[in-house]
Design a protein around this ligand. Structure first.
Ligand code: NAP
Length: 298
């Protein structure tokens, strides 16, 4: 059986089928031919260098920003991920964050639980219809978010590296997108190419009536600039599923009542995580059978 390195714990529904067909190890050793890691796990280049027989890295997630692709390409190491099967769940969480921030649902729930309802009514919030959702990264998840928010009567604009044949307004610059957006929604990949794209200037363009939603990667947003914008009223609110140093969330961010914070649960349903696990197993099976990979990244 091929030896597979799993450097961090995996859920049972992935670990069990892996163990059935592979010799799974937790510590790097020369016999390792494959590695399975969660999306976002930063694979050290030194670990790859210490695995002379490594043929494939299978990422349990769609974001592979933690994998040093140039080092893999230089060695001919294949990389796979789990696109498509998680798209709907992540888009649902983006919509949930749009609703939670626009209708202040987190604050409203705390209002009731804190016994404040008898003391006074909860303040009015903001409607979605007619507002503009600006999507940074109109890929699989970005498009699924757009489809959902159109159904709420919202206008859709987007920014990416190139315009696409879609019925949404393309903004050639991110700052332009922020200026036209009521909700600026981050749905692009993480990694060095997108690090801190959302900075103080973009947040200033989004403005005091704007909301930032991030379901992509914490690295895309300058978290300190975001905290300053929330504290000063530079933006109205933020809905965040991802953070720069997960699972650490800065105290100052937690202290902002208008920030909705979730523990990176975009794809966290039984159905989707099992479908992702199956794709990991199927990609490895294809590789070891000498067949084309199902979802290759490179
Ligand atoms: P995708 O289909 O590859 O879409 C990514 C989009 O981002 C592409 O349309 C691309 O468009 C755009 N993009 C890439 N680089 C860009 C840049 N520098 N500036 C602006 N746009 C850029 O990926 P996906 O399946 O939708 O997933 C998107 C990301 O969501 C993943 O990479 C992952 O990090 C994150 N994610 C989060 C969760 C969660 O649990 N919260 C779950 C799954 C995925 P162009 O090529 O036209 O620029």
């Amino acid at each position: 059986m091929p030896t597979v390195l799993t450097p961090v714990p995996l859920p049972d529904f992935l670990a069990a089928p892996l163990a059935a067909n592979h010799d799974c190890v937790k510590i790097p050793e020369a016999a390792v031919r494959a590695m399975v890691v969660p999306g976002g796990y930063a694979v050290p280049e030194a670990m790859i260098a210490a695995l002379p027989g490594l043929e494939i890295i299978s990422v349990f997630g769609v974001g592979y920003d933690g994998v040093p692709l140039p080092a893999c390409q230089a060695r001919g190491i294949r990389v796979t991920n789990t696109p498509d099967v998680l798209t709907d769940d992540v888009a649902d969480i983006a919509v949930a964050l749009v609703l939670m921030t626009s209708r202040r649902l987190g604050e409203a729930e705390r209002h009731v639980r804190g016994g404040q309802w008898p003391l006074g009514t909860f303040p009015l919030a903001h409607a979605l219809r007619g507002k503009t959702a600006g999507i940074l990264g109109l890929g699989r998840i970005g498009k699924a978010i757009a489809r959902r928010l159109e159904a709420f009567g919202m206008k859709i604009a987007y920014h990416g590296r190139r315009p696409q044949p879609v019925p949404f307004s393309f903004c050639p610059s991110l700052r332009e997108l922020a200026q036209v957006s009521d909700f600026l929604i981050v749905a692009c990949p993480g990694g060095p190419g997108t690090r801190h794209l959302i900075d103080a200037e973009v947040l200033a363009d989004l403005g005091s009536k704007g909301t930032l939603i991030n379901i992509a990667r914490g690295s895309v947003v300058d978290e300190q600039a975001l905290i300053r914008a929330l504290e000063s009223g530079g933006i109205r609110s933020a809905g965040l599923d991802v953070f720069e140093n997960e699972p650490q969330v800065p105290e100052r961010l937690l202290a902002c009542p208008q920030a909705v914070v979730l523990p990176h649960l975009g794809s966290a349903t039984h159905e989707t995580r099992r479908a992702m696990a199956q794709l990991v197993v199927d990609n490895l099976a294809a590789h070891f059978a000498g067949q084309p990979l199902i979802t290759p990244v490179s």
